[in-house]
Structures are given as C-alpha cells and as structure tokens.
Design a protein around this ligand. Structure first.
Ligand code: UDP
Ligand code: MG
Length: 320
C-alpha cells in the first residue's frame, strides 16, 4: 500500500495531460506515492491520452474514467474512494498547482501529526475582480462560520489524513469547503496551512464562468445553515416555532378568559387575528423542524450512495 495517494480531477484538458504527467513523474517518480487521475467524462481526447500515459509510465499512474461529466467534486470523491494511502493530496490537472509541492505538504502532515495541510496561494495567478476579490470575501465568511483560520479555502492543493477525509461524503460543489466540513470531525488546530506555488493555467480554459462567483455565495449560505443546524434542525425551527406557539397561545388564552370569565365581547379585536396567526405560524415552524429532522436522518442514512458512475479504470480494480 502506498503511503501517499495523489488525486487529480481532470476534464477536457488535452493540452495539459502530457505536461501534467511529466511533471508528476519528475516530482514523485521514486516516492511511495500512487497517482490517481480521475477523467471526469472528458470528450476532447484526454481519456485516450491518459490511458497512453498510464500505459507508458506504469503502475504508479492509475486512471478512473467516469461515465459522464459529474463535476469536480464527484470526480474528487471517486479518486478518494479508490485511494489507499494514509495521506491524500488533491490538486488540479491544469498545472496551476505545482506537483513539486505535493511531497512537502504530505511530509508536514505526517511529521507534525496533522489532519489537513492546506495550500495557500499567496501569489495567486487568477483574475482580480472575478476570482480573487469574491474569494477573499468567501474566505473571510468561512473563517467566521467555521473558526478554521485559513486564508485560502479555494486552493485545491491540500494534503489530508485519509481516515479523516473519508469521514465526509462530498457532493454538489463541496470540494471548495472541505476543511469546513472536516472541522466538524476533528480539532481545528489539526488543520493548518502552508504557502504553495501557483501558476497561470498551462493550456485550455477554466471550466467555470462568472456564474460561479454567485454560486459560491449561495453555497456559503448553505454551508452556514448546514454546519450550524444540520445536526439538529429541530433546535432551529423548533425554537422559533415554540416561541410563536407560546405567544399565540397566551393571546388566545387571554381572549378566552376575558370572554368567558369577564363576559367581554371579543369579536372584532385585532388580537384575535394575531393570536390565531401566531398560533398557526408556530405550528408550521414546528412542523418544518420535524420534517428537517427527518430529512437530516434520511440524508445521513443514505451516505453510501455514489455520486458518480465509473466507466472503466487503468491499473486499478473497478469499484465494487
Ligand atoms: N474539473 C473537473 N470536472 C469539471 C470541471 C473541472 O474534473 O466539471 C477539473 C479541471 O480539469 C481541473 C480542475 O477540475 O483539473 C479545476 O478546474 P479549473 O482549472 O477549470 O478551475 P479554476 O482553476 O479556474 O478554478
Ligand atoms: Mg485551474
């Protein structure tokens, strides 16, 4: 079993496959490392190019072909599922991350007994307005929410302790917030960062457009909601619900008393309407809490559902 597994999601990177594999071989050649490249349904010839590289370079290079384009997160999960190392290092396939940083990250993780060593693109080579500024806002918010003090959540180049990383199932666009999820599974002082190199994309185009900037912000709200309340949605909705329900009940009780004990007519009092509304709103919120609780349960119990389908593998057993 290799000590380190490198996991690289890759989609339509025909111009990068050759240079990427050469750079990986140069940086990791004799090390106790397996390299798992996940072809996320490429249709530009990357698939065949990857097979050729693996064929020529030997067992160290392992390829997983996904049936279609499932997205970067699902592709990473496919690689993580197949990995056998004690440490998993993820990075991009367009050579924006530098394969020479892989071993230093992994070695620090092992030497200092950490769970995450996150790459920090101190010198980020991306557009300012659409990439760097939104990500600065996002990083600040995630720091607040999670208490994990990283400068650069979005950097894909990170080393993880496999046993911890395998404790979360990634779906949607979660790969951007992995340390935030891991912070729910381990102590935050076991998650550290380390500056890494960053280069402009070597060939081809970014797979993400302007819509991602907005998606990240929407995701953030979700992360906040999920991290905060997922364990017990009932605590969130239930508290609001009980508040409204008590207020409504008190108002109705008051009206009941003045009508039947004191004989006061209440027919057109605004309080009657307010009382009924609060009462109903309270019931609704409670109900939402209960539903949320049930959903959370179903979510947790359906964890072993796969988010991707494998078409074929090279130098790897196909997943069961
Ligand atoms: N990627 C993927 N599936 C996708 C989109 C992207 O596997 O649906 C890969 C892509 O090939 C690259 C990495 O994810 O290796 C990061 O993508 P990209 O470079 O386009 O993102 P950016 O660097 O612009 O954030
Ligand atoms: Mg890139």
């Amino acid at each position: 079993m290799p000590q380190i597994s490198v996991v690289i999601p890759l989609y339509n990177e025909i111009g990068n496959v050759g240079p990427l594999c050469a750079a990986l071989a140069a940086a990791l050649g004799s090390a106790d490392v397996e390299i798992i490249i996940v072809d996320d349904g490429s249709r530009d010839g990357s698939s065949a190019a990857l097979d050729r590289e693996a064929e020529q370079r030997g067992e160290q290079f392992k390829i997983i072909h996904l049936q279609r384009n499932f997205g970067q997160t699902a592709a990473m999960q496919a690689g993580i599922d197949a990995s056998r190392g004690e440490v998993i290092v993820t990075l991009d396939g367009d050579l924006q991350n530098d394969p020479q940083d892989i071993l230093p990250l992994a070695q620090r993780l092992l030497a200092e007994d950490l769970d995450v060593v996150a790459g920090w693109r101190k010198n980020r080579q991306d557009g300012l307005l659409l990439r760097k500024i939104p990500s600065r806002v996002a990083n600040r918010l995630i720091r607040r929410i999670t208490g994990v003090w990283l400068h650069d959540y979005g950097c894909t180049l990170k080393a993880y302790r496999a046993s911890v990383l395998k404790g979360v199932r990634l779906y949607g666009e979660m790969h951007r917030f992995i340390p935030a999820w891991l912070a729910t599974l381990t102590y935050t002082d076991r998650i550290v960062e380390m500056p890494v190199r960053h280069h402009p994309r070597r060939a081809g185009q970014s797979k993400y457009g302007i819509t991602r900037t907005f998606r990240v912000l929407v995701d953030l709200i979700f992360v906040k909601f999920f991290l905060g309340y997922s364990q017990r949605p009932m605590h969130f909705f239930g508290t609001i619900g009980l508040g409204f329900l008590s207020l409504g009940s008190l108002m109705l009780l008051y009206l009941f008393i003045i009508k039947f004990a004191l004989g006061v007519e209440i027919a057109d009092r605004p309080m009657l309407i307010a009382g009924v509304l609060f009462f109903l709103a309270g019931l609704q919120f409670l109900n939402t809490g209960v539903l949320g609780e049930m959903l959370a349960r179903i979510y947790h119990e359906s964890q072993d559902k796969k988010t991707y389908v494998v078409r074929g593998t090279v130098h790897l057993e196909p997943p069961a």
